[in-house]
Design a protein around this ligand. Structure first.
Ligand SMILES: [Zn+2]
Ligand SMILES: [Zn+2]
Length: 136
């Protein structure tokens, strides 16, 4: 067992997290499995189980449109209910935004409508700064 912040992760969960934290791009479950075969992972289900727990702890986010996972890049926002990502469709760069005005507004909208939002992911697709400058 390895302690991360206040969360206690199993060895397997920690290994999955380590791979995601090292990776610059988001990874799918099968890419993770390939990375972790030597560490005793044999089936995608083991990966999914670890990912579920990591998502629960707010350590990992899922990008539905890419069907891939990414380690949370913000130390202080373990419990954020709303995450926003900028995804470059050209180079694949994914950047996590936190404490956005969007999140504040969405939260307020939900509150006004007496809706208890538990989780939301906003995925913005477009071009990053670098790709916008160097056109093909
Ligand atoms: Zn995050
Ligand atoms: Zn780009």
């Amino acid at each position: 067992m390895v302690k991360t912040q206040s969360q206690t992760l199993t060895d397997k969960q920690q290994r999955v997290l380590n791979v995601l934290q090292r990776s610059e791009a988001p990874l799918g479950a099968y890419a993770l499995l390939d990375e972790l075969r030597e560490d005793g992972f044999k089936a995608p289900l083991q990966i999914y189980r670890a990912l579920d727990k990591l998502q629960e702890c707010g350590l990992v986010h899922k990008l539905d449109s890419l069907n891939a996972y990414m380690a949370c890049t913000h130390e202080g926002c373990r419990k954020h209910r709303m995450v926003a990502f900028m995804i470059c469709k050209k180079c694949g760069l994914v950047e996590e935004l936190s404490k956005t005005d969007v999140s504040k507004e969405v939260m307020q909208m939900c509150q006004e409508r007496q809706f208890q939002m538990q989780q939301a992911t906003l995925e913005m697709h477009g071009l990053c700064e670098k790709c916008m400058i160097c056109k093909p």
